[in-house]
Design a protein around this ligand. Structure first.
Ligand code: SAJ
Length: 450
């Protein structure tokens, strides 16, 4: 029976079983979403801790939107295991949501995609025509290049044993308004019938638009350039945040004025660009452009601007402390926030790390207050402040992450605990006029030092 008939003949979604390989920030909400849409779900993760946490009905990710929505173990449509071999034979469709990081030399790391694909394809029953969908962010060509050789090595036949497709995740951690059940999706696949079947499937998950966009590479390219565009836009305002203060102009005044134009896209300069998407995905595009011999100069330059922000900010902080007559050796700086993004407890690629390293290289001590991050995960060189009332004798506070807990705090009390009330707003979210009235000396990214 073809895939269109398989969907048409479903009495209930429970009769279709969806596998999700990788229960992280994307996979777990995806598994929950399909379970809530009535499907039978098998969730697989290599981490026994993750499996045990999810089985206990708890949330192993740092994303608060996933709290208390993990199905309780009682549901007979909810199966969690570390074994791909156990899960895959039960599934009609398998979604792969594994990490696609970059290596230390900034090259795409496809090892998780390859390993997950291998484990899935080895477990597919012959003749089942199981659809395997990659959701992880990759560059155009990766799904076919990585998975087709594995399928061939196993002697599996496309259209008889297995079909492959690509449907990029568009999950936004910490943003309930754009969760897996309320975000548009695109589906790429060489077989239009399978593409249409997946449109039917994902339309049961999300209330937004789902469309078949043609071959795998189109969907792969759409996803990676979504994030490339965002990185370039952020790089523009970060570069402007270095230019305008040199003209004694505050970049935020300029951006707010420009934003009165109907099609100006407003971004905000910061201490840097973190996370597992925006600072990573452009390297996938750079790699692919290099493979086909076409230079990606703008994409590369934008990455360089954003990667340079922590060092730029560190130099500005040193200037501030030097002008205050402080020698680096005896100076302590308090980071308000460490996570790469507000209201999320995720340190991946956080600019806080290179910023702290740059200050340490100049002999400046760094303490961090971030209630969203597990105290165990900070680098050893960092003094962790778990209770802000205990933060004493710092010479400068730096807002690194715009958590509510780091913005809406008792600034009057903190000012009294500091050696001197100095603050650097690294995310341009603080009410600097209000803080000045409380006696704070205020500085900020993109704001003239004078
Ligand atoms: N950032 C800035 N200035 C900005 C916006 C962001 O410095 O104007 C920084 C943030 O502080 C953070 C980094 O960039 O360190 C990334 O922030 P982000 O808001 O892009 O958040 P992410 O990394 O969680 O990106 C996700 C992505 N979602 C998916 O890949 C499915 C991205 O495509 C979304 O556009 C983004 O969320 C979003 O819109 O919030």
């Amino acid at each position: 029976m073809g895939w269109s008939q398989r969907f048409a003949s479903l009495d209930s979604n429970a009769d279709m079983t969806i596998g999700v390989i990788g229960l992280g920030y994307v996979g777990l909400p995806t598994a929950i979403g399909f379970h809530d849409a009535g499907f039978t779900v098998w969730g697989v993760d290599v981490s026994q801790r993750t499996v045990d946490t999810v089985k206990a009905g708890k949330n192993p990710t740092g994303d608060p939107d996933v709290d208390d929505i993990v199905p309780q173990p009682a549901s007979e449509r909810w199966h969690i295991t570390t074994s791909t071999a156990e899960a895959v034979p039960q599934c009609d469709i398998v979604l792969v949501t594994v990490p696609t990081p970059i290596t230390h030399d900034l090259k795409p790391d496809l090892s998780y995609v390859k390993a997950a694909g291998k484990a899935v394809f080895e477990s597919i029953p012959r003749g089942s025509n199981t659809i395997v969908v990659l959701e992880s962010t990759v560059y155009p060509g990766v799904t076919a290049q990585t998975w087709l050789p594995l399928i061939e090595d196993l002697g599996l036949e496309i259209g008889v044993d297995v079909e492959i497709a690509y449907c990029p995740e568009r999950f936004n951690p910490g943003d309930a308004a754009h969760g897996v059940r309320s975000v548009a999706r695109v589906v790429g696949c060489s077989n239009p019938e399978v593409g249409d079947a997946l449109v039917q499937l994902y339309s049961q998950l999300t209330s937004e638009d789902v469309r078949y966009v043609g071959k795998l590479e189109v969907a792969e390219a759409a996803k990676v350039i979504e994030n490339v565009q965002r990185d370039i836009n952020i790089a523009l305002v970060n570069e402007l945040a270095r230019i305008f203060p040199a003209m004694d102009v505050d970049v935020e005044d300029v951006l707010s004025a420009a934003a009165t134009k109907w099609n100006f896209h407003r971004y905000t300069p910061g201490v840097g660009v973190g996370g597992h998407c925006i600072p990573v995905d452009p390297y996938y595009m750079i790699q692919r452009a290099s493979d086909v011999g076409v230079p990606a100069g703008l994409i590369t330059a934008a990455r360089a601007v954003n990667r340079s922000m922590p060092n730029h900010v560190a130099q500005v902080l040193v200037d501030i402390l030097w002008k205050a007559g402080l020698s680096a050796e005896s100076t302590k700086v308090l980071f308000l926030g460490w996570s790469y993004k507000a209201e999320v407890g995720d340190p991946r690629e956080t600019p806080a790390e290179p910023l702290a390293e740059a200050l340490h290289q100049r002999g400046i001590a760094v303490s961090v207050y971030d209630p969203h991050i597990d105290p165990e995960t900070f680098p050893a060189s960092i003094e962790v402040v778990e209770d802000l009332t205990m933060a004493k004798n710092h010479d400068l506070a730096v807002l690194v992450t715009a958590h509510k807990a780091c913005v809406d705090l008792d600034w009057e009390a903190l000012g009294q605990q500091m050696n001197a009330p100095r603050v650097y707003d690294g995310r341009r979210v603080l009410d600097l006029d209000g803080l000045q009235k409380l006696g704070w000396q205020c500085f900020a990214v993109g704001r003239p030092l004078s």
